[in-house]
Design a protein around this ligand. Structure first.
Ligand SMILES: [Zn+2]
Length: 241
């Protein structure tokens, strides 16, 4: 299996990659539905990330921010993130991520599409004033729910909540349909529309995820393994760059 992936990578000029929470678990960022996921452990319910619930009661979401922003800040890219960043040297790479953690950028990847937004910035929903990651982190320590310093409006991070449209999906389709290989990494492929990107892929479709997904059958190569283990082994066998 690994030999096939190495060969496919050698022959490819352009690569598109869809990443999900599974790629960041080894960086200490819990996923949602995995063994130690935040839904699985009942830490936060799904409605915390629902936009209508947020407007009604933003406090539970900001309880999540207070705990998780320091985790995002400290997290370092994994071997898999670094492997993908290294591909930039000799390939045209486009990463489409469902993650809000910015670890692809920290690893050095140049071309990243954030379908679900990221924690980098927040905005006041009333006047549009921008708040940095740092500033929001400070504000949630001072108050249960952060309100705009200029107008008193509610602040919301630029991340996509449930029932909100994803960002740059047209760009994601464009890069997936133009690439020689499509990787889906660390994603359970349960969230629409990210999971529909596989339909736009031509060439080799490769899925690497710890657990089986309902979309395994759509891929040419499927590996159920820890991502870092997989790429470590691939590198030890002389794969890339
Ligand atoms: Zn404002």
């Amino acid at each position: 299996m690994i030999e096939t992936v190495i060969q496919v990578l050698k022959n490819a000029k352009s690569i598109s990659v869809l990443t999900g929470a599974g790629i960041s678990v080894n960086a200490g960022i819990p996923d949602f539905r995995g063994e130690t996921g935040i839904y699985t452990r009942g830490l936060y319910s799904e409605n915390v990330f629902d936009i209508d619930y947020f407007f009604e009661n933003p406090k539970p979401f900001y309880d999540f921010v207070r705990v998780m922003y320091p985790v995002f800040e400290k997290a370092k890219p994994t071997l898999a993130h670094k492997f993908l960043a290294d591909l930039d040297h000799n390939h045209s790479v486009c990463i489409v991520t469902q993650n809000i953690d910015l670890l692809h950028e920290k690893a050095g990847s140049k071309n990243v599409i954030h379908l679900h937004g990221s924690v980098e910035r927040s905005h006041c929903l009333k006047c549009g004033k921008e708040y940095s990651f740092e500033r929001l982190k400070e504000l949630v320590i001072k108050s249960a729910v952060p309100y705009c310093e200029s107008c008193g409006g509610l602040i919301k991070p630029d991340i996509v909540f449930f029932s909100e449209p994803v960002i740059d999906f047209d760009k994601a389709i464009e890069c997936v349909s133009a690439s020689d290989i499509f990787f889906a990494l660390g994603t359970s492929l349960e969230v629409y529309p990210a999971n529909s990107l596989v339909q736009f892929a031509r060439g080799n479709k490769i899925l690497i995820n710890k657990k089986e997904t309902e979309m395994d059958y759509l891929f040419d190569i499927v590996v159920h393994e820890d991502l870092d283990n997989f790429f470590k082994e691939l590198q030890s066998k002389g794969g890339i760059v």
